[in-house]
Design a protein around this ligand. Structure first.
Ligand SMILES: Cc1cc2nc3c(=O)[nH]c(=O)nc-3n(C[C@H](O)[C@H](O)[C@H](O)COP(=O)(O)O)c2cc1C
Length: 189
């Protein structure tokens, strides 16, 4: 797929059907993640790819605990759009029926330039969502799991660094519309 098509066509999808994602697709998506640029070539990411029903159940159980903190954030941001709050809460509880959920952590607990490490992990995550889209696989990037970061780290990545975000993957079962992009965010000088 053309890069432009992937960048403009990818949407956050929050409901998936039952079709499984193949081993080869998971392996190619994760390989693309690891080819992201990284600050001083640290490659500071550590991914846990949950796909077994046991790991997905364990994840969902922990995610239930994030709802309280998440609702506070959503109430501030989407006061006049209660439907967005409800949709997001339902999604975080169920993960939209996703077949796979990737947890992105930092590899180490300490980095001299932590922000640069976080940026590197985010670059890898962008490779994930675009590569998935190019294969017809939908995704949603979520920071809602940060409300239960300690629990997720203990359960899935003991001894690793902070949790950056999660990405759900699956075949879409939803109509999506692109949210309008805001004006005035670029100055060319
Ligand atoms: C850093 C980051 C955090 C996000 N966290 C969440 C989340 O916790 N829950 C959710 O439903 N969507 C989350 N999203 C998806 C955004 O809501 C979505 O990208 C945005 O509304 C634009 O829509 P689009 O991805 O279809 O272009 C997140 C996206 C990013 C980049």
């Amino acid at each position: 797929m053309d890069l432009k098509e992937a960048i403009y066509g990818r949407r956050s999808v929050r409901r998936y059907n039952d079709k499984p994602i193949s081993d080869i697709d998971i392996s190619e998506i994760m390989e693309a993640a690891c080819w992201a640029p990284s600050a001083v070539n640290l490659q500071p990411w550590y991914f846990v790819v949950c796909r077994s029903s046991e790991s997905m159940k364990k994840l969902s159980r922990i995610m239930d605990g994030s709802i309280f903190g998440l609702k506070k954030v959503l109430n501030n941001r989407f006061k006049s759009h209660p439907e967005v709050i409800n949709e997001t809460v339902d999604f975080v509880k169920s993960l939209g029926g996703a077949k796979v959920c990737i947890l992105t952590f930092l590899q180490q607990e300490h980095y001299d330039e932590e922000l640069a490490a976080v940026e590197s992990a985010a670059a890898a995550m962008q490779n994930i969502v675009l590569t998935a889209y190019s294969k017809g696989i939908s995704s949603c990037w979520l920071t809602a799991p940060l409300h239960v970061e300690n629990e997720l780290r203990e359960a899935f990545a003991p001894g690793k660094g902070r949790l950056i975000a999660a990405i759900t993957l699956g075949y879409s079962d939803a109509e999506t519309k692109a949210p309008k992009r805001k004006e005035g965010r670029v100055t060319v000088i």
